[in-house]
Design a protein around this ligand. Structure first.
Ligand code: PHE
Length: 343
């Protein structure tokens, strides 16, 4: 049997070797039990003291105690280091990193057409117009006859209008609300009518079977063409947020006399000519005019006493003019890459 001294040294060597291999708190706990436990290696050495002479015993006892302290102190330090390492690892793995960019919730928003519609209606409500909704499905009378369209007017043709059963159709413009209002209310009438319109056209980048308009009209005693011009100018200045240059061109609509189209200086090129304005420097923005006496008469309003103006504009067109969107079909495709650009 090897001497007690050799046993002590071999225990020290094996402890240090095993300590090097301990890589977790758990490893270290079992190492501690193995060497320092009640039935551990150090305790076993202590029992060997029995075989020593009385001179040797205190000397070896001291040496074994020193070894025990050495092992204890190494265990304590290593345990401390391993615990810190494990904690750091857990923090890295499990806990939240406040420096990471947050995840944004997806917020819905209204469609660009409705955003423009809201803007237009807010301006016009502020100018004293009340909002009136009319039906998308209406009759020949409200869409055409009551608006002084001759029975053989080409706009009534199947090519332009979606005809439904029994004289019903999908309205081709929001001017139908004028007829409903004139038949239902007595002047003064000052209204705006937003809504969907439908025309039987080929779908392309520039035209669609389905679009939106806002109609406005004012009927009272003494309403003049000058009132119409100043209302249009004030409305367009507010819409574009700057004083815009306008141009009024004579035009024909059966329900107004005189009729005109209103252009604004091109918002993209400021008039020097570009693709948006087809190099004319002007953008056509709305149709307008003084309400035709026949339209008033049809609603039992005396054109000798009352006069009125009306105008109508396409909402898609307004969005296109303000943003330069090249294709009207984008509005109905519901592509989030397109829609999310309108905050
Ligand atoms: N309803 C016409 C259109 O759809 C626009 C318009 C409205 C013109 C009112 C004059 C007066 O083009």
């Amino acid at each position: 049997m090897s001497s007690l001294h050799e046993q002590i040294e071999s225990l020290r060597t094996s402890f240090h070797q095993e300590l090097k291999g301990a890589s977790s708190v758990k490893d270290l706990d079992s190492l501690k039990t193995k060497y320092l436990g009640k039935k551990g290696s150090v305790q076993t050495l202590m029992q060997e003291l029995r075989h020593c002479s009385s001179e040797e015993r205190p000397v070896f006892g001291q040496v074994i105690n020193d070894l025990k302290e050495e092992i204890t102190s190494h265990c304590t330090h290593t345990l401390d280091r391993l615990q810190r390492e494990e904690l750091a690892h857990r923090i890295r793995e499990e806990s939240l990193d406040p420096t990471l960019p947050g995840k944004r919730g997806f917020l819905g928003r209204s469609h660009p057409i409705h955003q423009m519609m809201d803007k237009v209606l807010t301006i016009l409500s502020g100018m004293g117009f009340s909002i009136q909704y009319g039906p998308d499905v209406d009759t020949e009378h409200y869409n055409f006859g009551g608006l002084n369209f001759a029975p053989d007017h080409p706009a009534r043709d199947m090519q332009d209008t979606f005809h439904l059963n029994e004289g019903f159709l999908l309205r081709t413009h929001t001017s139908n609300v004028q007829v409903h209002a004139i038949e239902s209310f007595t002047p003064p009438i000052r209204m705006v009518a937003p809504g969907r319109c439908f025309r039987n056209e080929d779908i392309s980048a520039r035209s669609h079977v389905f679009f939106h308009q806002v109609e406005g009209f004012y009927i009272d005693k003494g309403v003049s063409f000058a009132d119409l011009l100043s209302t249009m100018e004030s409305f367009l200045d507010q819409l574009f947020g700057i004083k815009v240059e306008t141009r009024f061109r004579p035009s024909y609509f059966p329900f107004v006399e005189p009729g005109m189209e209103v252009d604004v200086r091109c918002t993209a090129c400021k008039g020097s000519g570009c693709r948006l304005c087809k190099h004319s420097g002007w953008l056509e923005i709305l149709g307008a005019g003084m309400i035709h006496p026949n339209v008033l008469k049809n609603g039992k309003i005396d054109p000798e006493v009352y006069s009125g103006y009306a105008w109508g504009m396409g909402i898609e067109r307004l969005v296109i003019l303000q943003t330069g969107i090249p294709d009207i079909r984008l509005f109905t495709q519901n592509d989030l890459r397109f829609l999310s650009q309108f905050s």
